[in-house]
Design a protein around this ligand. Structure first.
Ligand code: PHB
Length: 389
């Protein structure tokens, strides 16, 4: 088999890349070890920046997000027993974010690729990328028990944080330089309940951080900062609701049957460079951010926006300069998102073993940020995201 771009991974980065390439008349094949049902059924966060939604709309995959996505024009920060609204619309000239779960984005992209005659191979195994420093890199994989070989001009590693393609990029620096572990974890629940708040609530509390988010009118997503050693069994439903009500006091937390519990661990990671030979990494395969800034999927889309243009130019004219500059072009946004995610995380979480000094310093920082229009604007601009161009 031959194609122009072999894409490993059918998540937001891989599918959006395949879709954008198609718009430029470039062929691709997308491979994933997961089945279509697994991909479309895994419920993940979905806070879409304005630029992500705009790109979906401009390229013809924005119909449902426009119809059922919930536009939010602000968030609330709660600390010291009070809520402080960050008014995105007012602070950023009318911009906002759209709450639309990631698996819905994936459903839209898969449907569009298939309607456009796209080639997506679900449920493959033994995926192996080879010869990325030659002119003809290859992806080997097994499908329905049959070994296959895909010859490509270029390969995109879009296989998420458990990536295998990243290992093919030699690191000039020790990798640890770009890695940070946090002593925090989030306990996330999905509950069948009405919404507790019209906007997302990020709460600082001496017991730890809490976040009130939503998936739909009837399904709510809530998180509690917990010890990274905690497991799902440590948290009964009663304990969860009681702790949420303590940490988010002042908001009427509406409960209901909890149908999913999970513990999320925090990491920051950047692979630099994001490319090697004819292999280009995008999304979580190249970088991971803690969830506090809600940046993960948006960064994946921003990466492939840059990469798709560079690839299109290469196929149209043979000009490699965009491809050569991919890392340099994509990385500043990645590091800004790393900084923002780290900042939100460190400002809002209980630091294990912290002194009274640390707690009061955090409260003073939150006070400084929310009291000043300049402080609120800095937070708002980063949260809604800067334009892709
Ligand atoms: C979520 O809805 O899962 C969510 C929202 C905002 C975040 C992180 C996660 O910052």
């Amino acid at each position: 088999m031959r194609t122009q771009v072999g894409i490993v991974g059918a998540g937001p980065a891989g599918l959006m890349l395949s879709h954008l390439l198609h718009q430029h008349g470039v062929e691709s094949v997308v491979l994933d070890i997961r089945t279509r049902e697994e991909i479309e059924g895994t419920i993940r966060a979905g806070v879409l920046e304005q630029s992500t939604v705009d790109l979906m709309v401009e390229t013809g995959v924005g119909e449902r997000v426009k119809q059922v996505g919930m536009v939010h024009h602000g968030i609330e920060l709660r600390f010291g027993g009070r809520g402080h609204r960050i008014d995105f619309a007012d602070l950023t000239g009318g911009r906002g974010v759209t709450i639309y779960p990631q698996h819905e984005v994936l459903k839209d992209l898969i449907a569009q690729r298939l309607a456009d005659g796209g080639d997506i191979r679900f449920g493959v195994s033994d995926v192996q990328v080879e010869d990325v420093t030659s002119d003809r890199p290859r992806v080997r994989f097994t499908q329905d028990g049959v070994a296959q070989q895909l010859e490509c001009d270029l390969v995109a590693g879009c296989d998420g944080s458990r990536t295998t393609t990243r290992a093919l990029v030699p690191a000039p620096n020790p990798r640890q330089d770009h890695f940070r572990q946090y002593p925090f974890a989030w306990f996330g629940i999905l509950a069948e309940a009405p919404r507790s708040s019209d906007e997302l609530v990020y709460a600082h509390h001496p017991n730890g951080f809490a976040l009130v988010s939503t998936r739909s009118e009837t399904v709510q997503r809530l998180y509690l900062q917990v010890d990274p050693q905690d497991s799902v069994e440590d948290w009964s439903d009663d304990r969860i609701w009681s702790e949420l009500r303590t940490r988010v006091a002042g908001v009427d937390i509406k409960d209901g049957p909890i149908f999913d519990k999970s513990v999320l661990h925090f990491r920051s990671f950047v692979c630099e460079p994001m490319q090697y030979g004819r292999l280009f990494l995008a999304g979580d395969a190249a970088h991971t951010v803690p969830p506090t800034g809600a940046k993960g999927m948006n960064l994946a889309i921003a990466d492939v926006h840059v990469l798709s243009r560079a690839m299109a130019r290469f196929f149209a004219t043979g000009d490699r300069s965009g491809l050569d500059a991919y890392t340099e072009t994509a990385l500043p946004r990645v590091w800004r998102a790393q900084h923002f995610s780290w900042w939100m995380t460190s400002m809002l979480h209980r630091i294990p073993g912290a002194s009274g000094f640390d707690l009061h310093r955090q409260l003073a920082e939150l006070d400084t940020v929310t009291r000043s229009r300049a402080g609120r604007t800095l937070l708002a601009e980063n949260y809604v995201g800067t334009p892709f161009d």
